[in-house]
Each structure stands twice: as C-alpha cells, then as structure tokens.
Design a binder for this molecule. Structure first.
Ligand code: NAD
Ligand code: DAU
Length: 354
C-alpha cells in the first residue's frame, strides 16, 4: 500500500538514496531538509516534476513548521535521517550537533507525539517513527572483542556519537513513556552514490582522480564495517514495514576492513579505470590522527537477518567498484559539491594535520 512518509534530511547522502528508492516503490515523500553544506537538492533532481515528491526547506528543530507539516500532509510514517553526521566536524564545532541531533530530534518527537495523539485508532496502529542511527553509539572495540549487539551498553566517544546516543535515548524514552510507535536502526559505515566527499571513501576516490595525497589518519589500522547505501535503504524500508515497535535493529555489511585496506582497494580500481602512469598507492600519505579516534567498530546483524530476513546484496568488492564508477561517471555532480564550503573544510581539516 502506498504511504506518505515524512523524510527528514532527505537531501543528504543516505536520505536521498532512500527518497529515490521509496518514490520508485510508489510511496509519497515529503522531504524536510535544512540544506546545510551536506544537503544537496541536486541529488533529487530526477524527482523535480514527480507528483509523489514534495520538498520543504527547514530544520527539524522548528517545531511550529513540523506541526504545520503534520497537519497538512498527515504522514503515515516519519524517517529521521536529519543530522550533523561528520565526526571530524563534531570535533571542530560540536554545537550544531547538539542543536540538530539532540534538540532537533527532541522537537521532532514532540511534534510527532501531538500528531499521533490526534489520529484515529486505525491511523495510530499504522503510524511509525523510524530513527536512523549509527553503530558509533556503542563505543570502540578491541581486536578480539565480539561485535556490537543491540544490547551492548552505549559508550559514545566523540561529540557526534554522543549526540546520536542522546537522540537514541530520547526516542527510547518517547516509546517507553508515551507509547510512541518508534523504531531505531544502528548502522555501520555507508558508502555509495551522492556521499559528500568529506568522508573517507569519496574523498579518496576524488583525491586519487586528481592526483592529490590520500590522507590516512594515524597508522591506518582503524577498522570499520562497510555497507553499500542501497542495502542500508532496503533494511530501513524493511524495518519500517515489519519491525517490532520499540525495538532497535543493527545493520551492517559483514565487511570489516582496516582503513589502509579500503584505500588500497580504491587505488587498485583507480589503476584499472583511470590509470595515472604510477600506481595510485604512491599518493598514500600518513597524517595526524583524529583525536579520540575509535579503533574498531563491528556490528552483529543476527537480529535483522533472523527476524526480518534482511541480507545485504552487495559485497564490499562489488559495491566499491560501483561506487568508484559512479564518481567517475558523474563529473558535474562532483564539480558542484567540491566548490565553496567543501574547499573551506578541506583546508580547515587537512592543513593543520601536516
Ligand atoms: P549527511 O550529512 O550526508 O546528510 C544529512 C542531511 O541532513 C543533509 O541533507 C542536511 O542538510 C540535513 N540536515 C542537517 N541538519 C538538519 C536539520 N536541523 N533539519 C533538517 N535537515 C537537516 O548524512 P548521511 O551520511 O546521509 O547520514 C544520514 C543519517 O544516517 C544520520 O542521522 C547519520 O547519523 C546516520 N548514519 C550515517 C552513516 C554513514 O555512514 N553515513 C552510518 C550510520 C548512520
Ligand atoms: O560507523 C558509522 C559512522 O560512519 C556514521 O555514523 C558517520 O555518520 C559516518 O561519517 C561514519 O563515521 P566515520 O568517522 O567512521 O567515517 P569517516 O569516513 O569520516 O572515516 C572513516 C575512517 O577513515 C575513520 O577511521 C577515519 C578515517 N579517515 C577519515 C578521513 C576523512 C582517514 O584516515 N582519513 C580521512 O581523511
């Protein structure tokens, strides 16, 4: 059945992939996005004249706007992607992370609760609010520690992960106290089309393309689990449809890799697709580490597989090749996002790392 979904942060990386996927599946999407540096309406240019898609420019911390949108569009569900999402930026300027991730999530929950309470019984039974979160809330693992399960205690280490942990707790509290029909997912590192090139994978692809240094923080042996963004979007859609209210579900790619291996993999694909005379690995440059850099994340995804039957479709090998091909095949998108604000961030973050 076609639904109306209020998506927040739908002009960002994961949000825009989700919006494209859901409109194609027949859902009506109302996209509320503040259009920070990370929001790009160009990601959704294909939906310009689509009657199933409405864009609203605004922040989730604007409760009056949220109340108006709920009354006007009567969504069947909310999926909350809106966030400040970059760990390095949270170290340089943490305040926006509190405003959006903590206060914004609170106001969204508050407005959604008022709306939910005004629905009839059948609409209440259908309504869901899905909060998109991260594996970083669980803290950092040692090399032999078991992967994070949903019952792992939260131990966030960066202003970003602390703000996401706080938002997860608010979601939990709204379910427990007020009976809000919430769902939470905690996912590992995503990669794929439309990712802003401040994050490791698109940054390395574009630097390699332009013959620039490939910056490796610390010793390059920090480990992340990588998931292709389309698989994350499938998992969110499945949890939204079949997840048990009040539950949290881990999502991940069963693809733990050291950063250095991720970068070397990209270099070998670039050697093949965009040969530069010398191997791209020659561009690898070790730079000053991220303060408080979490050593390892790994997610146990047994619950979502067992209870909902989800499986990632892409392996890291297939997903990373598709991703490199996408960046090489979309020079206009790349040129647009790497002007202005992007250049400012690159000089803020890398000139001081030496
Ligand atoms: P992103 O930074 O690419 O996009 C964030 C979007 O939110 C942008 O469009 C931005 O304009 C919008 N936004 C920011 N503040 C807002 C506000 N106050 N009101 C409305 N819109 C606002 O982020 P992403 O990588 O797409 O991540 C989306 C969500 O998924 C985040 O909640 C993030 O914590 C979570 N997550 C991301 C990853 C990952 O690897 N990228 C992994 C797990 C979870
Ligand atoms: O684990 C999920 C999280 O993954 C999400 O919640 C975040 O929103 C998302 O940004 C991501 O966080 P990370 O900090 O893991 O992603 P990032 O791409 O910034 O960094 C990945 C790893 O690569 C990390 O160990 C830091 C390292 N790194 C990053 C950059 C930008 C480098 O070595 N060099 C770099 O230039």
């Amino acid at each position: 059945m076609s639904r109306t979904i209020l998506v927040t942060g739908g002009a960002g990386f994961i949000g825009s992939n989700f919006v494209l996927q859901r409109v194609a599946a027949g859902d009506r999407i109302l996209n509320l996005d503040k259009l920070t540096y990370a929001g790009n309406p160009g990601n959704l240019a294909a939906l310009k004249d689509n009657p199933g898609y409405v864009f609203v420019h605004g922040g989730i911390e604007d409760e009056a706007l949220l109340t108006r949108l709920f009354a006007q569009h009567k969504p069947d569900a909310v999926v909350n992607f809106a966030a400040e999402s970059h760990v390095d930026r949270s170290i340089v300027s943490p305040e926006e992370f509190i405003t959006t991730n903590v206060v914004g999530t609170f106001r969204l929950l508050h407005a959604a609760l008022a709306y939910y309470r005004g629905l009839d019984a059948a609409a209440q039974a259908r309504f869901r609010i899905h909060h998109v979160s991260t594996d970083e809330v669980y803290g950092s693992l040692g090399p032999d520690d078991a992967a994070f399960t949903e019952s792992k205690a939260y131990e966030p280490n960066s202003p970003y992960s602390a703000s996401k942990a706080s938002s997860d707790h608010l979601v939990r509290a709204y379910q427990h106290t007020y009976g809000m029909p919430t769902l939470t997912t905690n996912c590992s590192n995503n990669y794929g089309p439309y990712q802003f090139p401040e994050k490791l994978i698109p940054l390395v692809i574009l630097n390699a393309l332009n013959g620039r240094p490939l910056p490796i923080y610390g010793d390059g042996m920090n480990v992340r689990d990588w998931l292709y963004v389309g698989d994350h979007c499938d998992a969110i859609a499945l949890v939204l449809e079949k997840g048990v209210v009040g539950e949290t579900y881990n999502i991940g790619g069963d693809s733990e890799m050291a950063n250095l291996d991720v970068v070397r993999t990209i270099c070998s694909i670039m050697d093949e697709l965009h040969p530069a005379g010398a191997p791209h690995t020659q561009l690898i440059t070790y730079v000053k580490d991220r303060p408080g850099h979490d050593r390892r994340y790994a997610v146990d995804t047994a619950r979502i597989k067992r209870e909902l039957g989800w499986r990632p479709r892409e392996s890291f090998a297939s997903g990373i090749r598709r991703t490199v091909e996408w960046y090489l095949g979309n020079p206009a998108w790349v040129a647009e996002v790497t002007s202005g604000e992007y250049r400012k961030w690159i000089s803020t973050n890398y000139e001081t790392r030496g």
